[in-house]
Design a protein around this ligand. Sequence first.
Ligand code: NAP
Length: 250
Amino acid sequence: MTRSLNGRTAVVTGAGSGIGRAIALRLAEDTAKIAVWDINGDGAAETVKLIEAAGGTAIAITADCSDKAAIHAAAEETRAKLGPFAILVNNAGIAPFTPFMDIDDDLFDKVIHINLRGPYLLTKEVLPDMLAAGWGRVINITSSSVQSGSFAQGHYVSSKGGLMGMTKALALEFAPSGVTFNMVPPGFIDTPMLRAAPIDADAFAQTLPMKRIGKPEDIAAACAYLASEEASYITGQTISTNGGRYMGSH
Ligand code: NAP
């Protein structure tokens, strides 16, 4: 299977850490030029350093990926430096744990704002480039928690469920255009987010069919496939990358 992304421009949000960093590194290895966007500028700069050390091309942009003006400014800078967008990976997110009755309205709004409204704004910003080229890939990082439910994450699961719905709606609307929309819901993946969660990740791993927590590279591999030429007839689909945790068909 050819892995060449032919120097296309990809933006990976939240690529200054964890899963996003691994996706950025993998797409760069597959010859995409990468725009690393993250609210954490130091993390984004570190990812660019890693990509360049491996021989790839990348730029770092510090941006709040839920802020419309910041998204537009980051997109303009990316277009000027790397060219029009061909691949979007909506990965940035936050994942608080709060018992449902303790979720205050502002927190609910914040989670929806970052995890759902952000990808909506991002997609609107970069989709015209893809439509003009008749080729594009939008990959949304959702969560296995949508498939299984998750304790004390009513806000988070609602946001990721919304993103799952948006992926399917846009896959349908833009199916004839050459732009595909797919999603990767990670299971438990070893990142700073997981290690900050109120979960004993290593003990939990023993309850998983594969008896191990996933690696960020496991998610990156699924994204690399969905971004590739070979995935051109796949849209509105889900690659559940979770070590067998959830085996449903959506
Ligand atoms: P992570 O290590 O916390 O990385 C997320 C990155 O996104 C961080 O650099 C974070 O910056 C950044 N970010 C947060 N809010 C942002 C915003 N508004 N604009 C731009 N960047 C922002 O988390 P991860 O585990 O790699 O998670 C990546 C994605 O996978 C998330 O959408 C998450 O919900 C999803 N996911 C993860 C798991 C898992 O087990 N790890 C499971 C299911 C789904 P700060 O650190 O400064 O906040």
